[in-house]
Design a protein around this ligand. Structure first.
Ligand SMILES: *Cc1c(COP(=O)(O)O)cnc(C)c1O
Length: 396
C-alpha cells in the first residue's frame, strides 16, 4: 500500500513546491526575543513573532517557571477532571478572569483547542453560529464540529452581519463569533457595533482575543476595554502563546454557566492533558506583573506609533492598524518574497504574505512590533526597509 501512497504524497508535495507555497522553517538557536540568532550563527532583528509584550524571555517568568519545577514537578500526566487539576492551574484561571473582568475561566493546552471545543458542547442543530469570514482556522474548525446552522459575513461588514442575524431569527439561540484583531491586516473587529446588533437581534457574542489581549486597550485588556464592554461579552477565548509569555496554553473565559458546561462537555478539555505547572506559574506571575504596572503595554503602543509614523514618512503604504500588526502593502506576490529575502540579508526578519493567505493582488510584508524592541532597533528596521524599498522601487 505505502508505495502507492508514497508516490501520491511525493506528487502532491512537489506541486506545493511548484506553486511556491512550500513552507520552509527557519531554525532559531537563541531564546525568542527582539534580537535572535538563527542557525548558521546569523544575528537578526525579529519582527515576525507574536511576542508583543516582549515576555518570551522575561526573567521574572523564567524564574517563576523554574521555581514551580521545584515545588510542583514537571508534568501533570492527567486530564483535568481525573487528577490534572493543581492549585497553580486553578490560580491561573482566577487570574485570567480578573484580567478580563469575567466570571470564570477554563484552561486548554492551546487556543486552538479552546476554539475547537467551545461550540459543540453549547449549541446544536436548532441554533445558529454567525462567523466573520476572516476568523481564525481554529474557529472555523470548531464551527465544523458543531451541528448549528452556519452563517458567514464578510470581514467586519456590519450590513452583512445584520442580514445574517435577520435570517438566523429562525434558530433558537444565536452567537456572533469574531477575532478581536485580524492577523493579516491588524484591524480590530468592531465589537461595539457587533454588540449593538447582538442586542437588537437577541444574540450572544464571542470574541477571540488571541492577537488583541495584551495589545488592544490602554491596559491591554483587549477589545472589551477598548469598547467599554468589560463583563458584557458572553465568551472570550485567548492564548498564552502570544502576548502572555508565548509558551503554550489557551483559555475560554466568560459567563460562569458557559464555563461550567465546557468543563463537563468540552472534548479538548476532557480528553487532553492539563497544562504543566511551570507554565501556569509563569502565567500567574505575568498577570500579577500586569496588575502592578502598565509599562509594557505603554511601551508597545509607543513603539507601534513610532514605527508606523517613520514608515509612512519614508513613503511606505501601510494599512491603518489598531494593533501591533503593521501590513506594509506591496500588492505583488513576487515582490513581497523578494523584499523579505533582501531584508533578511540586512538582518531584519519579516515575512511576506500573498495569496491564498491574503486576497489576490494584496501581497504584503507583515511587521509585528513588540515592547521588546528598542527605538534603535526600530530605527534599524526602518532604515533597512527604506534602503530595500528604494532598491526595489517600492517607495512613492
Ligand atoms: C494564534 C491564534 C490561535 C491559536 O492559539 P494557540 O494557543 O497557539 O493554539 C487562535 N485564534 C487566533 C485568533 C489566533 O491568532
Amino acid at each position: 500500500m505505502y508505495k502507492d501512497f508514497q508516490s501520491h504524497l511525493r506528487t502532491e508535495l512537489s506541486s506545493i513546491k511548484k506553486a511556491g507555497l512550500y513552507k520552509e522553517e527557519r531554525v532559531i538557536t537563541s531564546p525568542q526575543r527582539a534580537d535572535i540568532t538563527v542557525q548558521g550563527g546569523k544575528q537578526v532583528l525579529n519582527f515576525c513573532a507574536n511576542n508583543y509584550l516582549g515576555l518570551s524571555d522575561n526573567k521574572r517568568l523564567i524564574n517563576a517557571a523554574k521555581k514551580a519545577l521545584d515545588t510542583h514537578g514537571y508534568g501533570m500526566s492527567s486530564v483535568r477532571f481525573i487528577c490534572g487539576t493543581g492549585d497553580l492551574q486553578k490560580k491561573l484561571e482566577e487570574k485570567i478572569s480578573e484580567f478580563f473582568g469575567t466570571e470564570d475561566t477554563i484552561l486548554y493546552t492551546s487556543c486552538f483547542d479552546a476554539n475547537g471545543g467551545v461550540f459543540e458542547p453549547l449549541l446544536d442543530e436548532n441554533d445558529a453560529i454567525i462567523s466573520d469570514a476572516l476568523n481564525h482556522a481554529s474557529i472555523i474548525d470548531g464551527v465544523r464540529l458543531c451541528k448549528a446552522v452556519r452563517y458567514r459575513y464578510a470581514n467586519a461588514n456590519m450590513e452583512e452581519l445584520e442580514e445574517c442575524l435577520k435570517k438566523a431569527q429562525k434558530q433558537r439561540y444565536r452567537i456572533i463569533v469574531t477575532d478581536g484583531v485580524f492577523s493579516m491586516d491588524g484591524n480590530v473587529a468592531p465589537v461595539d457595533k457587533i454588540y449593538a446588533l447582538a442586542k437588537k437581534y437577541n444574540a450572544m457574542v464571542m470574541v477571540d482575543e488571541s492577537h488583541s489581549a495584551g495589545v488592544v486597550g490602554k491596559t491591554g485588556r483587549g477589545t472589551t476595554e477598548l469598547y467599554k464592554l468589560r463583563g458584557k461579552i458572553e465568551i472570550l477565548t485567548g492564548t498564552l502563546g502570544k502576548s502572555f509569555g508565548g509558551a503554550v496554553g489557551g483559555f475560554t473565559t466568560g459567563k460562569k454557566e458557559i464555563i461550567a458546561m465546557l468543563r463537563q462537555r468540552s472534548r479538548p478539555y476532557l480528553f487532553s492533558n492539563s497544562i504543566p505547572p511551570m507554565v501556569a506559574a509563569a502565567g500567574i506571575e505575568m498577570f500579577n506583573m500586569m496588575s502592578r504596572t502598565n509599562r509594557l503595554q505603554d511601551k508597545l503602543h509607543e513603539n507601534t506609533a513610532y514605527f508606523v509614523d517613520k514608515m509612512k514618512k519614508a513613503g511606505f503604504d501601510i494599512k491603518p492598524t489598531q494593533s501591533a500588526i503593521c501590513a506594509i502593502m506591496l500588492y505583488d506576490a513576487k515582490l513581497s518574497q523578494q523584499m523579505a529575502a533582501k531584508l533578511l540579508d540586512e538582518g531584519i526578519y519579516v515575512v511576506g504574505f500573498y495569496y491564498p493567505v491574503v486576497p489576490k493582488d494584496l501581497a504584503r510584508i507583515r511587521v509585528q512590533v513588540s515592547a521588546g524592541h528598542s527605538k534603535k532597533q526600530l530605527d534599524r528596521a526602518v532604515a533597512a526597509f527604506t534602503k530595500i524599498g528604494k532598491e526595489l522601487k517600492v517607495l512613492k
